[in-house]
Design a protein around this ligand. Structure first.
Ligand code: CP
Ligand code: NVA
Length: 307
């Protein structure tokens, strides 16, 4: 059966750990795995803008011996003149894997349901699972483990990054605290999924409107833009609403003294994070951005082996 990666829990916790360990090995020995030798082609489709995802998938596919075929949806038939199902049937006969950044999760599910080659979610409105592989890899590089650590996420907690932080970090055996204003907290279904993993590892999930409580005792503090792609009309309203959830030196000071800061980027200094924090000595954001390359290569190797 073809394996897809549409959301964080499409890997088991054990498989997630396996992919992260392979990512660390590939970082040390970059051209070790060559599943796309030929070169075979991987399609990478974008319905939304991107820098990191575009570059890291293109470079990663080339590192694995393959050829990246970058498709901007604006210049393809997908979504306008041709259905997702028909597009999947065209692509699966020519490419090894399909990577897609899009809006609705249902589109990815339809692509996967009609594709005999693996489909990878490179960001949807609901999840950003490739980012979390890179983030957890970064945490493991720094602390030598993920299990038993506490991650705090502060800001817009009703978006793709908050969902992925909740579920993927719980899968990695971490405690997770999430803080956002009322109305921007995660959906109960996502919280329940994270709780089932946390229970398994004896860890805790805390959802609170108090950012200091969330950050207190954290090993990892993370945030994301307050205005995700597609939410631009709410930018002004959100800037006011989220003001007290900015990761400043003061808020970061409630975390452990050796805590690190993560942000998937792009970042908006002075909004969700201050310059002092993101450009400070405890920020790992550039290592995190580089790790997208290694983590996604490991994921593609895993899917090539298991499909
Ligand atoms: N973090 C991330 O996915 O960045 P891009 O939007 O630049 O791809
Ligand atoms: N939550 C952000 C992440 C960008 C990488 C967005 O969806 O725009």
């Amino acid at each position: 059966m073809t394996r897809h990666f549409l959301k964080d829990s499409d890997l088991t916790p054990q498989e997630q750990a396996e992919v992260i360990d392979l990512a660390i090995a590939l970082k040390a020995d970059r051209f070790r795995e060559r599943p796309f030798d030929g070169p075979k082609t991987v399609a990478v489709i974008f319905d939304k803008t991107s820098t990191r995802t575009r570059v890291s998938f293109a470079v990663g596919i080339a590192d694995l011996g393959g050829m990246p075929l970058i498709i901007d949806s604006g210049v393809s038939q997908l979504g306008k003149k041709e259905s997702v199902a028909d597009t999947a049937k065209v692509l699966e006969r020519q490419v090894e894997q399909i990577v897609w950044r899009t809006y609705a999760q249902s589109g990815l599910e339809e692509m996967a349901a009609n594709s005999t080659v693996p489909v990878i979610n490179s960001l949807s409105d609901d999840w950003h699972p490739c980012q979390l592989l890179a983030d957890l890899m970064t945490v493991k590089e720094r602390f030598g483990k993920t299990k038993g650590l506490k991650l705090a996420y502060v800001g817009d907690a009703n978006n793709n990054m908050a969902n992925s932080y909740l579920v993927a970090s719980a899968m990695a055996g971490m405690s997770v605290s999430i803080s956002a204003p009322e109305g921007y907290l995660p959906n109960q279904k996502v919280v329940d999924e994270a709780k089932s993993f946390a229970d398994h590892f004896g860890q805790e999930i805390v959802i609170t409107t108090d950012p200091k409580l969330a950050v207190s005792g954290a090993d990892v503090v993370a945030t994301d833009t307050w205005v995700s792609m597609g939410m631009e009309a709410e930018a002004e309203k959100r800037a006011k609403l989220f003001a007290s959830y900015s990761v400043t030196e003061e808020l970061f000071g409630h975390a452990n003294s050796d805590a690190v800061f993560l942000h998937c980027l792009p970042a908006y200094r002075g909004f969700e994070v201050s310059s002092e924090v993101i450009d400070g000595p405890r920020s790992l954001v550039w290592q995190e951005a580089e790790n997208r390359l290694h983590a996604q290569k490991a994921l593609m190797v895993f899917l090539a082996k298991h499909s």
